[in-house]
Design a protein around this ligand. Structure first.
Ligand SMILES: [Fe+2]
Ligand SMILES: [Fe+2]
Length: 416
């Protein structure tokens, strides 16, 4: 029999049939399992899950009928014991203090974004011509990004989504920088660390300017030899910074060198494992994978954010530490600002702001009637408000299908 009980009443041996949350918002790989130790109950509490559904028929009892302890628990997969050491962070309450509304922040964010995009182009050019990198200019841009994210992170993340038409070569590093600063903030980094992270991420793929274009842009699978050359770009990024004797923190160089290291040791160039990978490099790595998956390239259309996050979620516990993946998802949002969505009522809406406490209930602007007719006065709606509970997001609409430019509803149309 399925019964709903408070999480605090869970006992070892009980079978949780459903944690009542979607895949991205609970700590387990599956939504159901036997409770084998107190840590699993504590994990649920830490995620704010106060109630769960248990299957009373599946609750285990010891042979004598006495209370079960962790020692009695019959199932513990061996791979759980042999997992590489994890680095646990102190849990951080994710409550970005959004001091400005997204629409208020957008003009400032657009200025910072455009300036940083010009810098990103200059960076690639300098690197290709073996010229000195203007590190002060990059740092200045990064500081502006950090300030914008501190006021309202959704403005910059919306711009990333709305400015997809620019060349990936230039937008990628900037996007990774913005995503890293935003998720770094959600991980509780202070402004000094965020500035280091911002700079390291802007430089993370510099080494690609020394990788032949035919390998970089090859639409087909790389040969083993080509893959070795490609993989060398991370070490080259760090080398360029060292060669130029730039006055940057050591961590900036480490972010560049180690952004492809993975917690199970499967990454490169140094096959670092677990705690040996600098935290800032891991944040860069997550943002890097996300941006690469969601970006349109010459030879393929980018994945929808929801699908990309699901893919990254599958790397939880192997490539990336689970807690970090969770915070990353929470920071980016399942429906990032700028997404076009269809509601259960058939209305079409644009996501304006993520609700970081309830990812499925963002602040939206309803822009079209179910019959497709665009409203002249679109209506803002906070899906987390009780009075709006009957409205839910049913599907994400691709930019192509939407047939209108979502940036219009942010009152910025690319260049300010
Ligand atoms: Fe890279
Ligand atoms: Fe990258």
């Amino acid at each position: 029999m399925i019964r709903k009980i408070p999480t605090k009443n869970l006992k070892i041996g009980m079978f949780v049939a459903d944690v009542g949350r979607a895949w991205f918002n609970h700590p387990w790989k599956t939504k159901s399992k036997y409770i084998s130790d107190q840590n699993e109950i504590d994990e649920l509490t830490r995620y704010g899950i106060d109630e769960v559904y248990i299957d009373t028929q599946k609750t285990l009892k010891s042979e004598s009928g006495s209370k079960l302890t962790a020692k009695d628990f019959p199932y513990k997969p061996p791979e759980e014991r042999t997992k590489p050491a994890r680095v646990y962070l102190n849990p951080v309450q994710i409550k970005p203090d959004q001091v400005s509304a997204v629409e208020q922040e957008l003009p400032k964010a657009a200025k910072a974004y455009n300036r940083a995009l010009d810098t990103s182009k200059a960076l690639v050019a300098a690197c290709r011509m073996n010229k000195r990198i203007e590190v002060d200019a990059v740092q200045e841009n990064v500081n502006e990004l950090v300030e914008s994210v501190s006021r309202n992170q959704d403005a910059l993340t919306a711009l990333i989504k709305l400015r997809r038409f620019d060349d990936y070569t230039y937008t990628h590093s900037l996007n990774v920088s913005v995503l890293s600063i935003a998720s770094g903030k959600a991980l509780g980094l202070n402004d000094a660390d965020l500035r280091i992270l911002g700079l390291g991420t802007m430089f993370h793929d510099l080494g690609k300017c020394r990788v032949p274009a035919f390998i970089l842009n090859k639409p087909d699978k790389l040969s083993d030899e080509e893959f070795i050359i490609m993989k060398n770009h991370a070490a080259l990024s760090a080398e360029i910074l060292i060669e130029q004797k730039l006055p940057v923190d050591d961590l900036v160089i480490k972010v560049a060198r180690h952004h492809h290291e993975r917690m199970d040791g499967s990454g490169y160039p140094d096959r670092l494992e677990g705690a040996d990978i600098p935290h800032l490099a891991t944040i860069c790595g997550l943002s890097d994978v996300y941006d690469a998956l969601t970006s349109d390239r010459v030879y393929h259309t980018g994945m929808l954010p929801h699908d990309a996050l699901k893919f990254i979620y599958g790397l939880r516990g192997t490539h990336f530490q689970p807690e970090w993946v969770d915070r990353f998802v929470q920071s980016v949002g399942i429906y990032p600002p700028g997404s076009v969505v269809e509601l259960n009522t058939g209305h079409v809406a644009v996501v304006m702001e993520v609700n970081h406490d309830a990812l499925l209930c963002p602040l939206i602007k309803i822009v079209a009637e179910p019959n497709g007719q665009l409203y002249s006065r679109p209506k803002l709606m906070d899906l987390s408000k009780t009075e709006n509970r009957s409205y839910t997001i049913q599907a994400v609409i691709t930019p192509k299908k939407a047939g209108f430019d979502p940036s219009y509803y942010f009152s910025v149309k690319g260049d300010e």
